[in-house]
Design a protein around this ligand. Structure first.
Ligand SMILES: Cc1cc2nc3c(=O)[nH]c(=O)nc-3n(C[C@H](O)[C@H](O)[C@H](O)COP(=O)(O)OP(=O)(O)OC[C@H]3O[C@@H](n4cnc5c(N)ncnc54)[C@H](O)[C@@H]3O)c2cc1C
Length: 283
């Protein structure tokens, strides 16, 4: 289907992009276009102005902050994540998961910022970034603020990014010997997840986060608490996951009933946690 008529702007700086977004009615950022163009074609969204982020070099870089955080510019693509030596050193799970998103075309165009800003509950990066305790930097006319991953995701297709604002970067703590894991069931190879789980095991404890079971990523807090004593043997992890499904209220749809998703949540959490534990330095 052809797109409805839409204005197009291609700012050269982040400041110009924010100015356009906050002054033009119905303006929306355009990153990789892998979601927004499709929803425009389906007439599910109809922005009046697309503000293309393609020329904003500042948003396309991967580097480290002064205090050692891995900084991913909002328009870093999945292909960049996969190829990045910084990601490989600091948090290789990001490259591992990005390499499994959809197909090569989507990976070449799709961006970190677009993946999280669309806040689709089935997207790969939201649960992973919550498990890694990432922080998100949002800029608007009034300045810059930083929110935690848990505060960032507000609902289906809703985030902490307000009208006229732009997500500029995602900052991820370096692993410092932590082990990270990701597991779940997809619809076909490299397909969308039916349920997924991300886990990170570090000196600070265990973080386990479930995707596709609610509007936003869900911390598996009961399981994390049961593992707080530090025993991450297979028996202990399996025992800790028991009953996790009963704490969830997932949707039923054509891909699986709520009960099946509860079961998948337990299995995925066990697999992600055991993978993370096995990858922890010294494990
Ligand atoms: C066939 C296909 C299969 C897919 N399968 C998967 C999958 O299995 N898992 C998965 O995770 N994803 C999947 N995707 C989605 C893909 O990852 C998209 O790239 C992603 O959801 C959106 O990223 P984008 O850069 O293309 O964003 P866009 O489509 O350009 O933008 C998405 C939304 O985010 C907003 N936005 C973008 N950047 C910013 C920013 N910096 N600040 C504020 N708002 C911003 C836009 O205004 C828009 O509302 C699939 C896509 C396709 C086409």
């Amino acid at each position: 289907m052809l797109l409805r008529e839409v204005s197009y702007a291609r700012p050269a700086t982040v400041e110009e992009a924010i100015s356009l977004l906050s002054t033009q009615a119905g303006a929306r950022p355009l990153a990789g276009g892998q979601t927004i163009v499709n929803v425009m074609k389906a007439r599910a969204a109809a922005p009046d102005v697309l503000v293309d982020l393609a020329d904003l070099e500042d948003l396309r870089t991967i580097g480290f902050s002064g205090d050692g955080l891995l900084e991913l510019g909002a328009t870093v693509t999945y292909t960049q994540l996969v190829a990045s030596s910084e990601v490989e050193v600091a948090r290789p799970i990001l490259a591992e998961v990005a390499a499994t998103i959809a197909d090569v075309q989507v990976r070449n165009r799709g961006t970190v910022g677009g993946n999280v800003c669309v806040a689709d509950p089935t997207n790969h990066l939201p649960p992973l970034l919550v498990a890694l305790d990432a922080t998100f930097t949002i800029r608007g006319e009034d300045g810059e603020r930083t929110v935690s991953a848990e505060e960032f995701f507000v609902g289906v297709y809703m985030t902490a990014v307000g009208e006229g604002e732009l997500l500029t970067k995602v900052s991820v703590p370096p692993s410092k010997g932590a082990g990270d894991g990701f597991a779940g069931l997809t619809i076909g190879t490299h397909g969308t997840y039916v349920v997924d789980a991300a886990a990170s095991v570090s000196d600070a404890g265990v973080r386990i986060v479930l995707g596709c079971v609610a509007a936003v990523p869900v911390r598996a807090t009961p399981m994390e608490e049961k593992l707080a004593g530090g025993d991450l043997s297979e028996d202990a992890v399996r025992a800790a996951a028991k009953g996790l499904g009963a704490t969830l209220d997932p949707p039923s749809d054509v891909h699986g009933s709520a009960d099946y998703r509860r079961h998948l949540a337990e299995v995925s959490a066990i697999r992600a946690c055991l993978q993370a534990a096995s990858r922890r330095k010294g494990a």
